[in-house]
Design a protein around this ligand. Structure first.
Ligand SMILES: [Zn+2]
Length: 209
């Protein structure tokens, strides 16, 4: 099965994609993660990518598309997370694979900002926390290793709002692209994680029948 999951920052799509992997035997293809890996390795490509990400901007099409193409070649069943972000990317994708279902997660800007700007990550072991939903025992300190908790630069409220705005500007044409192909399903993602995931499983299972 070939799935695409789209949703604004804070819609939980990364977490959902990770759960779909064992449940439906899929490979998780996340260009966002692939890009961050490149950044953390501090390659020259990584440095270039970081300039876009830290300003809430998108990384150019050709860089992302090439990475995705390579990965899909070896993995026929997948969930694609964070791609395509533009109609141009969707058209490139259409040329090398046929998607079965596109799940579009829907949340408000308010929820997006609340979920993301509260996130903290340990600067040493990268364990994630949340100042509201997953509080550390001691504010600002990692429960596991005592490392300092930091906020990712792209999760500051102003940047989240910018990312949310960019997402909607860019995703509307992409969503329409898949609506025309009749493979789009819109899922309300503002509820509790379990509730949202049940809706998604239902959408996938109805496709199988
Ligand atoms: Zn830690």
């Amino acid at each position: 099965m070939k799935l695409i999951i789209v949703g604004p920052p804070g819609s939980g799509k990364g977490t959902i994609a990770k759960r779909l992997i064992p449940d439906f035997k899929l490979t998780h293809i996340s260009p966002g993660e692939m890009l961050r890996e490149e950044v953390s390795k501090k390659t020259s490509l990584g440095e270039e990518i970081n300039k876009y990400i830290s300003q809430g901007q998108l990384v150019p099409d050709n860089v992302v598309s090439d990475m995705v193409k390579l990965k899909i070649r070896g993995h026929p069943d997948f969930v694609l997370d964070g791609f395509p972000r533009t109609v141009e990317q969707a058209q490139i994708l259409d040329k090398f694979t046929k998607i079965d279902l596109v799940l579009s997660l829907d949340v408000s800007e308010k929820i997006s900002v609340e979920r993301l700007s509260g996130r903290r990550v340990c600067s040493k072991c990268e364990t994630p926390f949340h100042i509201k939903f997953m509080m550390p025992k001691k504010p600002g300190v990692c429960d596991k290793c005592g490392g300092k908790l930091v906020q990712r630069s792209d999760e500051k409220p102003a940047i989240v709002k910018e990312r949310f705005k960019i997402y909607h500007q860019q995703s509307l044409p992409v969503v329409k692209h898949y609506q025309k192909k009749k493979i789009l399903q819109i899922v309300d993602a503002s509820g509790a994680p379990e509730e949202v995931y049940d809706n998604i499983k239902e959408a996938i299972n109805s496709l199988k029948k």
